[in-house]
Ligand binder design. Sequence first.
Ligand code: SF4
Length: 246
Amino acid sequence: MPENELLKRLEEIEEQLHFYRQLGVDFLVRSEEKKGDEEKSSSSAGLIKLEPAIENQTSLEAEWEKLIKRIKSCRFCPLFQGRTQAVPGEGSYRARLMFVGEAPGRDEDLQGRPFVGRAGQLLTKIIAAMGFSRQEVYIGNVIKCRPPENRTPRPDEIKACSPYLLRQIELLNPRVIVTLGKVATDFFLESDKSMSDLRGHFGQFRGIPVMPTFHPSYLIRNEGNRGIKRLVWEDMKQVLKLLETS
Ligand code: SF4
């Protein structure tokens, strides 16, 4: 097959897989009659399989690199038009602890890194207080491109971008996820409750404990309120306890 046709076909497959993920499909079942042939060809099976079970370090890194490349060139929702660059996330590919926020802000959009503005500096301090460095955990967002004027991401944008976060979770398989703010919390634990009611209580997402807590920017907006900071720290202590006992 000529190279341009092959590239076009690969793009079509990629879009198709994206669509399947949007529907909530986690894997594709191989037909029995094709199974024998595919087992002979591991490369063709690689296009079909979506499961995360990657033990080999090189393969894991390759999968992450592939994902990051896709995010950086993604045009699946209108937010690509206003971005300086997409912000895939960063940290250890073996992290047991994952933080998920809402979306990149101005500083993140400019630098291509998550949580690097004022809220990010506060998050870094919280992580350090827990005894970790940023390189030891994984930090990401529900949405990978900055919404205009930092507005709240729309449901259609969250839906379009969700396969990337789901794939990050598959690859990482973290022991615990901390959601920062309502948008991230709703992504994992759909609920009508307020953050004040949700925070401090573990929920579950596909078997992974999820601890909702306030977004660092909320702490900044309520800088004089030490009670809110204390609540966040109470939540983090629960997370640490869970990590210690598992
Ligand atoms: S926000 Fe997500 S879906 Fe939209 S263009 Fe950026 S990476 Fe793609």
